[in-house]
Design a protein around this ligand. Sequence first.
Ligand SMILES: [Zn+2]
Length: 245
Amino acid sequence: MKPRLNALLLSTLLIPVALLDQGCQTQPGPTAGVHQVQPARTKAAQQAMTPREALAELQAGNQRFVSGHPLGGDPLARVKTTAAGQYPIAAVLSCIDSRQPIELIFDQGIGDVFSARVAGNILDDDILGSLEFACKVAGAKVIAVIGHSNCGAIKGAADGVVLGNLTGLLGRIKPAIDRVPPEVQPRNSKNHEFVEQIAEANVRLVLEQIRERSPILRELIDQGQVLLVGGMYDLATGRVRFYGH
Ligand SMILES: [Zn+2]
């Protein structure tokens, strides 16, 4: 049963990539896609998927998004088929920035991903608890921490902005600032290179914090049941670059 499901799953993952590789001359565009019906993922399909296959699906989905050929589908149909249960493949922690909606940039539908969003994609106890729920209780296979270029929260932290409750949030980014080599000057938001290096260091910091602060997630990761990955989203191209994993 399981190998067959795996094969089925793989075939659905690989077909769009294969078409893209052929130059996608005849690939239907987004308009044609709305006529397709993307069935909701079943519990069996979620359980049969390996963490690497789940990551491959995120990568393939971003490739579909960047190439302008999302799978499409009928969101309202998905609402109905997922109402009784959800079996997402991944939990994604990202920034609240309006320009990086996770389901769109990974070409995923309703019921496909848990999405935790907070300015600067920082970690706190509530986010950590949400990730524990997503993986330990609800079976997600990947935790992806996705920062992005030109992030306002990172810039605010770089400039030491003080503003209401935002002050404390930006304080969580400060350890990432300290990781950027002192040669990178000037150290303010006007320096694009400084901002991008903080954003990347911040993602790596959060990856470490997830492992350190959650014995539950650390065990799942060490046992190979969950893959922990980081990446950066480029606001200008729509592309997600995952770090080595
Ligand atoms: Zn941001």
